[in-house]
Design a protein around this ligand. Structure first.
Ligand SMILES: *Cc1c(COP(=O)(O)O)cnc(C)c1O
Length: 390
């Protein structure tokens, strides 16, 4: 795979995996003259729905857009609350504010770094304003969905999954995308299926899908592609709501089609990298990612280690600096939202309210993991980590 970074020896933290198949798809799209959402986007939706086992897949230009549409279609509005994990990217919470509702942040489970279902249960007991929950499948490891669905169904609370990290991920044999009321995926440049900017909302709920399709494109009752196919005159359309401009460009859909075809190859490579890290790093003073239960698939969007503060010779920040000196990019997922000024100040959040997320943040580092990594790259990451921590 080509590597467009200036320093040939630098191992970046993440890199897309673009083969000739993606390039061919994009050329085909450009030559066709159809640049906005069109026939390739329609096929991408159909195939994606088949792969995850959902009735509907709605292509949009980001996961953030997918979550916004999903919550809007669920009727989330001013004065209501949506529960989400404090250990996530700001997008999972900002979409709640788009609708003038308030996030109800909860702490994570120590092992999986996913939403802790007992905190969810507690939140639903404490507040009667909660209409929905956004579980975030951290790193590509599915949340405890049986518990979450059980708790939510008792209180008629809707479940919108943030699956930005979770393609392809399974939970007890079911693909993420076919589990909650709706699921939002990201095809951002660093994600496991990368088109640059893009996303998908999947659901089995016909009414929810219909509302999202309308709101995705200006609140128009039929999208442009259908307009040219239906019986009515091509110029006719109706605006039924003040919608958004969230449709997926056709070039992005073209890349997505090729990436979707390659999903098993890409997932196997990430899995193999994770296994090599697991085998080599277990001797170091750190906590490795929690294994999936037998038979279930982890998408390995991220490989997150946590340094053991009692035994590691250096702290997290020095480890990151040391890796960088050795030509290796790393990252931190996540700076929890209780540390971000907007969320901290608006909701008076403090680290004491989220002890597990806070402690995880202090010691976590994400190592490079992407399908375009060579075996040599993996060895270099391992050797550097051993040099710093061994
Ligand atoms: C990347 C990410 C998003 C946002 O995805 P976009 O497609 O960039 O909108 C949302 N949630 C999480 C957890 C993410 O990592």
């Amino acid at each position: 795979m080509s590597r467009n970074v200036t320093d040939q020896n630098f191992i970046p933290f993440a890199l897309p995996d673009i083969s000739n198949a993606e390039i061919e798809q994009v050329l085909e799209c450009l030559k066709s003259g159809w640049l906005t959402t069109g026939p390739k986007a329609a096929v991408f939706e159909t195939r994606f729905a088949e792969v995850v086992g959902a009735r509907h897949a709605i292509a949009v230009n980001s996961c953030t857009a997918a979550m916004h549409l999903g919550l809007e279609a669920m009727g989330i509005g001013a004065g209501r609350q949506v529960v989400t994990s404090v250990f996530t990217f700001t997008a999972s919470a900002e979409v709640i504010r788009y609708l003038n509702a308030d996030p109800y942040f909860i702490d994570i489970d120590h092992d999986t770094m996913n939403m802790n279902p007992s905190h969810l249960e507690h939140a639903l007991e404490k507040s009667s304003r909660v209409d929905a929950v956004i579980p975030v499948h951290f790193a590509g490891h599915a949340c405890e969905m049986a518990d979450i669905l059980d708790i939510c169904s008792q209180k008629s609370v809707r479940v919108l999954e943030d699956a930005a990290h979770a393609f392809p991920t399974t939970y007890r044999g079911h693909m993420v995308g076919s589990i909650g009321d709706a699921t939002a995926f990201s095809f951002y440049a660093t994600k496991t299926l990368a088109v640059g900017e893009g996303g998908m909302l999947t659901t089995d709920d016909d009414a929810l899908a219909e509302r999202c399709r309308i709101m995705r494109l200006h609140g128009i009752s039929r999208d442009v592609f259908n307009r040219y196919q239906s019986e009515q005159p091509a110029w006719f359309y109706e605006v039924v709501a003040p919608g958004f401009k969230y449709n997926l460009p056709e070039i992005a859909a073209a890349i997505g089609l090729a990436q979707l075809d390659r999903r098993d190859e890409l997932a196997r490579r990430r899995q193999a990298i994770a296994m090599r890290y697991n085998e080599a790093l277990g001797i170091l003073p750190l906590v490795l990612p929690t294994p999936r239960s037998a038979g279930d698939q982890h998408a390995w969007h991220l490989y997150v280690i946590r340094l053991d503060p009692e035994h590691a010779p250096i702290g997290r920040d020095d480890f990151i600096a040391g890796m960088s000196e050795r030509g290796i990019g790393t990252s931190v997922h996540f700076i929890p939202l209780h540390r971000q000024p907007y969320w901290r100040d608006r909701y008076e959040l403090s680290p004491e309210q989220f002890p597990v997320a806070e402690r995880t943040f202090q010691h976590c580092v994400s190592l490079p993991i992407y399908s375009a990594m060579s075996d040599d790259d993996i060895s270099r990451v391992i050797d550097a980590a051993i040099a710093l921590l061994g």
